[in-house]
Design a protein around this ligand. Structure first.
Ligand code: X8Z
Ligand code: ZN
Length: 667
């Protein structure tokens, strides 16, 4: 994830604040309100220049504290991060208060844009009251720490065993034992429950901060970052969902049929046609790729098994490491252990280089040496770390890093390509003033790397040795489309529902005593997913999803899933490609790379509509490229689902019948 200016870490962990630093021109004494006054006679242009300078300093300190608290979770790093956040948030509030003095004054459009962005910089608006601000910063750090160190323990005494998010997610990915999956799903969700009280207070505090800044609530503030009125933005997301919903419903229907066949209808269908939360291969049912063994359309039509290739790389690295770890006298078990660690690090490094190669093939620069030295590639063994992947711009001038706990899987390979999109965005806009160092909107930031993932076609994967030469048959095409759909189409309703929940929490329509009920009502409505046993208010299931305790807005990912197909089409066009969209890879194409980089380098300096138009020719969000891409799959799904009662009813009742479809022509 990332954030508006380079303050990725802020977006992740919290917010901004800072004590008044001295700055050019000398400060007047603080005003009676406690807000530092603007230096005498400072013009709007001088103000913006000063904020840019101060912001770079303060955010660098904050990023360092946040990096430490994410890669070394304990009570000390939590405290340091909270303090740094407190300073940052205080400082941000001061700048925002100072900016008020320029309202209605003449200024250049560039200055006006920077002042506007200043007010929208944080996802965690803090109250002006210093005690409340400090409390908010502490809660933010605490919630993140709770998630990052979360684990599920069973047994007691010498028999006690604890599993972290990675281990529990592995069960959902690989085990097909109904009860083992249920245990792993419920186990991880137990980490949410203790967050409820802190999260409730967190909501009160950010709402207070948002109101003091002139917003109705924190949700309205989040919706205000899209160069259009917040209500219009909400309507835009509804419109886009209506465009893609029929495709999701078809995928849901197909998955249900396959799961019914695997586990039995009585074990699968909940209410009228909903799918059980623990059987979708993923803790949040946001990506169904792990269900390939159950959902593959044509198991014999060419293998796209990237996992197998990565596993072979890992084994080769292990063999090499074992050979080198040949210290005389070392017990074989220690030698094996050290070789395993060295192999994991080497494989992770190679996966990262594979991703870098795609970006440099477009003409983008190689990553700086510091990236390779400071990135966290694999999970350390001696401490808790936040394993949720993120990309960091530490100082707005080239110290960029990724933090991941990489395993040799296709899922992690795609995540690396995703994170690297953030990194290249940072590098491209690093020349801009700090206030303009951000995505055109946050959905753009999330879409950059995903656009590259769309270009990871079977042909591309074969060209870099990750799969065998692909078959050119109808069945292989359907397989390739399904592979993408299980990640990109399955995600769409999830991308929407998280902030539908938070918007409701912030505007008060979802009250604390209904947090969990509202969560599951939205999961049912949008995803057609339900738990198999009641999840009452003794649970707090939103807390088991990283972005809730980390306070990272989520609509960005929904937008990104639409936008990335628009970007992909534009870049395929730029590369001169004229075939069907789903077969295009612009790997190696410098003209596509030039166009992409030009957009990245614009950062947040103009409304996103202008950036979108420069790249795609249109200034509208539009799901048509996504639907065009998946047209062959949608036709195939309709055929498969013919005669089925597709759709679901969250509370029981009738579902939508799909008429029998004409068979599609292979080709
Ligand atoms: O959080 C992320 C990235 C970091 S920006 C790993 N993603 C969302 C998620 O995991 O929930 C990428 C896809 C959606
Ligand atoms: Zn991201």
């Amino acid at each position: 994830m990332t954030q508006r200016p380079n303050l990725l870490a802020l977006a992740i962990s919290g917010t901004l604040a800072l004590a008044l630093a001295s700055c050019g021109g000398g400060n007047r004494p603080p005003a009676a309100t406690g807000v530092a006054a603007v230096p005498a006679n400072e013009s709007p242009e001088q103000f913006v220049a000063r904020v840019n300078k101060e912001m770079r300093e303060v955010s660098t300190e904050l990023n360092s504290a946040q990096w430490l608290s994410n890669t070394y979770i304990n009570s000390d790093s939590e405290l340091i991060a909270a303090k740094a956040n407190e300073r940052w948030l205080t400082r941000l509030n001061e700048w925002i208060a100072q900016a008020k003095q320029f309202e209605g004054k003449p200024m250049s459009p560039e200055t006006a844009r920077q002042i506007k962005l200043l007010k929208l910089m944080t996802a965690m608006p803090a109250p002006r009251d210093p005690k409340e601000l400090a409390e908010l910063a502490q809660i933010a750090s605490k919630l993140e720490g709770m998630y990052g160190s979360g684990s599920y323990c069973t047994g007691s005494g010498a028999d006690k065993t604890c599993r972290d998010i990675g281990q529990l997610s592995d069960v959902l990915a690989s085990s097909r034992d109904y009860d083992a999956q249920l245990d792993a799903w419920q186990g991880w969700h137990s980490v949410g429950a203790p967050m409820r009280g802190d999260y409730t207070r967190f909501v009160e505090l950010v709402n207070k901060g948002a109101k003091e800044m002139g917003f109705a609530d924190a949700g309205e503030m989040w919706r205000s970052g899209y160069d259009m009125p917040p209500a219009e933005f909400a309507r835009e997301t509804d419109r886009l969902w209506e465009q893609v919903k029929p495709l999701y419903e078809q995928l849901h229907c197909y998955a249900r049929g396959k799961l019914d066949a695997k586990y039995g209808k009585d074990k699968v269908e909940i209410g009228t046609g909903m799918l059980p939360a623990h059987l979708m291969g993923n803790q949040w049912q946001q990506d169904w790729s792990n269900l390939w063994d159950i959902l593959a359309p044509y198991p014999n039509a060419g293998s796209l098994d990237v996992n197998a290739a990565l596993q072979r790389t890992q084994e080769a690295n292990f063999g090499r490491a074992l050979f080198h770890a040949n210290t005389p006298g070392m017990p074989a078990s220690d030698r094996g252990f050290l070789a395993q660690r060295a192999a994991s690090l080497a494989t992770a490094n190679q996966m990262m280089q594979r991703a870098q190669d795609f970006y440099t093939s477009l003409g983008m620069p190689a990553l700086p040496e510091s990236f390779w030295q400071k990135t966290q590639f694999i999970k350390p063994l001696d401490r808790d770390v936040m394993c949720h992947a993120s990309a960091w711009d530490m100082n707005m001038q080239g110290d960029v890093r990724i933090k991941m706990c990489i395993n040799p899987t296709e899922e992690d390979l795609s995540t690396i390509y995703h994170e690297m999109g953030h990194i290249y965005y940072y590098l491209a806009y690093n020349k801009l003033p700090p206030l303009l160092q951000g995505g055109a909107n946050d959905g753009f930031h999330e879409a950059i790397g995903d656009t590259i993932v769309l270009s990871m076609t079977p042909q591309y994967l074969a060209s870099v040795g990750l799969v065998a030469k692909p078959q050119q048959t109808h069945d292989a095409l359907v397989n390739a489309q399904m592979r993408m759909a299980l990640s990109k189409v399955a995600f769409l309703p999830f991308g929407l529902m998280i902030d539908r929940w938070r918007w409701g929490v912030f505007d008060g329509s979802i009250k604390p005593d209904h947090y969990n009920q509202a969560w599951w009502a939205l999961k049912a409505k949008y995803q057609g997913i339900a738990p198999i046993s009641p999840r009452g208010e003794e649970f707090f299931d939103p807390g088991a999803k990283y972005h809730v305790p980390a306070n990272t807005p989520y609509t960005r990912y929904f937008l990104a899933n639409i936008l990335q197909f628009q970007f992909y089409k534009a870049l395929c066009d730029a590369s001169g490609y004229t075939g069907p969209l789903y077969e295009c890879s612009f790997y190696g194409n410098k003209e596509a790379g030039r166009k992409y980089w030009a957009m990245l380098a614009r950062g947040a300096s103009q409304p996103w509509q202008a950036s979108l138009k420069e790249l795609t020719g249109s200034d509208q969000l539009d799901a048509k490229p996504l639907l065009d891409y998946f047209a062959p799959l949608q036709a195939w799904l309709k055929e498969q689902n013919a005669g089925q009662a597709c759709g679901w009813q969250p509370d029981g009742g009738a579902s939508t019948a799909v008429p029998p479809a004409a068979p599609t022509t292979p080709g």
